[in-house]
Design a binder for this molecule. Structure first.
Ligand code: NI
Length: 197
């Protein structure tokens, strides 16, 4: 080897080892990628009470699919609209609606007592359950579900809540599937839900 080819040989060997290193790295990442849980897990343990006083926890999500919506009973428009649309989907499901959970979870535990929730939720499909709890218990669930909820003071000393308006679709293993789309006919939405029964 002369003086000009020697450095080239060194560079070639170095490049070769880099390429092999890169392949090994990709192979390792690929192998790991298939063995770890999907990122951005949504959901987790919670303990709340429905409008009838029954305790509801993450264990109630097992064995049946669930649709979960977060809001508050003083909400002027978004929540009542979503709850009405959820009620329409439950109606469209017929008797199959008994095989899933439909939850409305309060992000305003200060005002949404069990009694307030019972009164409010009675306007919607009876299979829709309204969940509330202590501010700590609500905060825990909101955090686990990555829900955005913020108190917005009003001029009269009252307040409203700015909040996530997604419907969470959870499968029968209690795993988040995707946001559930209500902007279609109740029959179309019901057909999608039936696939998870
Ligand atoms: Ni709302």
């Amino acid at each position: 080897m002369d003086k000009t080819t020697r450095p080239l040989a060194v560079i070639a060997a170095f490049a070769g080892s880099l390429a092999i290193g890169l392949l090994v790295t990709l192979w390792l990442l690929g192998g790991l990628g298939t063995s770890i849980a999907p990122p951005a897990a949504i959901g987790g343990p919670f303990r709340l009470t429905d409008q009838a006083g029954q305790t509801v926890t993450e264990k109630n999500l097992l064995g049946r699919p669930s649709i979960i919506f977060f809001g508050f009973t003083h909400c002027p428009d978004v929540c009542p609209t979503a709850l009405f649309e959820m009620s329409e989907v439950l109606r469209a499901m017929g008797p199959d609606a008994d095989k899933l959970n439909a939850y409305f979870v309060s992000v305003d535990p200060e005002r949404d007592t069990q009694a307030a929730m019972k009164d409010y939720i009675s306007s919607f499909d009876p299979r829709l359950k309204g969940l509330t709890g202590s501010p700590d218990d609500i905060a825990k669930m909101i955090s686990a579900y990555r829900v955005y909820a913020k108190k917005i003071p009003l001029k009269d000393g009252d307040y409203t809540m700015d909040h996530t308006a997604l419907i969470y679709l959870m499968d029968a293993k209690g795993h988040f599937v995707r946001p559930f789309n209500l902007k279609r006919t109740p029959e179309e939405a019901a057909a999608e839900l039936k696939r998870y029964l």
